[in-house]
Design a protein around this ligand. Sequence first.
Ligand SMILES: NC(=O)c1ccc[n+]([C@@H]2O[C@H](COP(=O)([O-])OP(=O)(O)OC[C@H]3O[C@@H](n4cnc5c(N)ncnc54)[C@H](OP(=O)(O)O)[C@@H]3O)[C@@H](O)[C@H]2O)c1
Length: 328
Amino acid sequence: MFNKLLDGKNILVTGGTGSFGHQIIDELLKHSPNEIIIFSRDEDKQYRMKLDYGHNSHVKFMIGDVRDRQRIQKACRGIDLIFHAAALKQVPSNEDHPLEAVKTNIEGAYNVTQAAIDMGVKKVVAVSTDKAVKPVNVMGMTKAIQERIMLSENSNKHDTQFVCVRYGNVVGSRGSVVPLFKKKIDEGKPLPITDKRMTRYLLTLPESIDLVFTAAEQGMPGDLFVKKMPASTVVDLAKVMGYELGGRKDYPIEFTGIRPGEKIHEVLVSEEELIRTKDIGNYYVVVPYWRASEISQPPREHEYTSENTERLDHEGIANVLKKAGWIK
Ligand SMILES: NC(=O)c1ccc[n+]([C@@H]2O[C@H](COP(=O)([O-])OP(=O)(O)OC[C@H]3O[C@@H](n4cnc5c(N)ncnc54)[C@H](OP(=O)(O)O)[C@@H]3O)[C@@H](O)[C@H]2O)c1
């Protein structure tokens, strides 16, 4: 699968040293791309990644900032396909430093689109998040604009196609709740949860890569691919981790109160988007306005949320944690 998409291609991964970046490089290397460029700012993260991948002559590293148009333009030279994952993605830090989120997630994304067009890149897949739907926090707001910047470029005259993907929480990714709960359990401390009603989508990194490759292969200009994903309450996730890692059915939980910019439930497809959404099995595809007439019937009655999607029970949550390597 995906050989035609990837073999012999020159591929740029912005944010290639992050959680998503590591996984996509592993998956790309199962194919035969000609060159993979990992683009990010911090030399230490690149140094550590070079220890794992530096021996591979197809993998190149480039220090750079998506805020720097000239630099990203240089990275795009000769590139066929871009996976744009560079972002400031932590809700609390984006709340504290909104303008920094604007510079990276909005201006950076704009730079990527313009550089891709100027350099004749064939396709760009931008990675977005459930938090971009009806956003209540700076991170989601900036990612919502990023989606629009990417997708709106398809109505201009050039040879580059832009598609987006959207998904919810990747289990165990940097800065997420699973590593936090593990740390608390290791320290014998209670698990902090902001609100007991809270639900979150859960998926593993390999599932996110499948979505991204599918969008790259099948996505038409302006399409936004959404992964259908199960969810759990954060309380159930804590209970499973408390049991599996802490050995206690009654592992203590501490309710700390909702934080600025947090939602009780996340949304992956809004009611407004449903009228131009099609169901293709494992995915929903939100098509652009100019192709909305392709949709005769919305695929569901209500918006698609972490509250009304498939709800994982103890065993289901444990399976996801196992697949992601957090429990044995
Ligand atoms: N993790 C999740 O649960 C989740 C869910 C939905 C969507 N997503 C999206 O998936 C993408 C990747 O997330 P992740 O979990 O891999 O995040 P991550 O681990 O924090 O990685 C972010 C990457 O972006 C790079 N970066 C940050 N600012 C940059 C800039 N200005 N210029 C160039 N590179 C920059 C970082 O490296 P340096 O710091 O060295 O620059 C790092 O390589 C993000 O767009 C995120 O919104 C993630």
